[in-house]
Unconditional design. Sequence first.
Length: 422
Amino acid sequence: MELTKKRWIILIASCFINLCIGSIYAWSVFAAPMAAYLSGLTGLSLTPGDLAIAFTITNSVGPITMISGGWINDRFGPKRVILVGGLLFGGGMILSGFATSVSFLVLTYGIVLGLGTGMVYGCTISNSIKFFPDKRGLVGGVTTAAYGLSSVIIPPIANGLISSSGVKSAFLIIGSAFLLIICSASFFIEKCPSDFVPAGWTPKLPGTGRSLKGDKDWKGMLASPLFYVMILLLISGAFAGLMCTSQASPIAQKMVGLSAAAATTVVSVLALFNTGGRILAGYISDKIGRINTLTFASLLSVVGLTLLYISGANSVATFYIGISVIGLSFGSLMGVFPGFTADQFGAKNNSVNYGIMFIGFALAGYFGPSIMKNVYSADGSYQRAFVIAAIFGITGIILTFVYKWAVKYQARTAAKPQEASI
């Protein structure tokens, strides 16, 4: 089959895989019943906040295997990497059903599942982007949207399984299903040839908009000042999204007074806007540019956090609007950044490069939920955490303008030697 047509099958398989690993965003649905289950086993009074460390570790260790798996992917192809990652992801979720302590859960859900997530996520996105140089933003948005869509689909399924069979069985059933799907879909994945050009598409020459800037390896990327602006922008943008995603259900219950069932709906609403934002922003960024899209996403984050800050027991509508805007902002950021990284440093080494860039996401995934937990423990409310996240959002807006200035400065500096040689 011609690769230009076959790439769509590879994209669909990648989306199914990402749909499975994106279930980590449904963590808040598991958190409360798992805390109650472990409290019964250990005799301790555990809360969802005490278990947030598992979700935090999951996000923190992902870049380790994104980078190592990306290195293997760039040289030998993504199929084996995804297969092994699928075994780790599904196995980690299955083993979480046997957890008897918080430390056991950190090992199985945080480390084993987290390492599997990094291996799979890095390969599916980077490989898909290589197959679609003509639709880089859109495909980056679609593949990351599949990842986010899991939080729309999985919460009601998980909630139903937890209600009928208990949280232990929910982990076992969902983990087994995901292991089977990821490993089966991995056989439809192929490595993109380095010289692949889609039929009917002509690459743009340097100086014509989204230029071909050359392929940089990780050393070349780290030598560029733009990398540091970009990773700080990723940290600033992902902070609020990960902070709210990690404890969306507890926030809805404690701050607005929603029931557990209604709070599950909040998780799904957040995930729905997260998913929509990835596709929409990916498509828009192909039209107006990645950095302009990221400026708007950072602005949305500040708006959403402001709405959450003023929400209370009698402000359910304001809360829903705020959490929806946060989801849209977070999704926009995550949908744009894979293509943004490939645009700046080239697609050839993007598996490793994006893995390194993803360290920014891991840092946000650690500090966001941790600050949320600590603020609530100290204040008995979430308001101060929203203020801190809003400061990060404002920083993100500033960084988008710093990026634009740095690009112009870099272009002027590169032009001066050419002018001198004329």
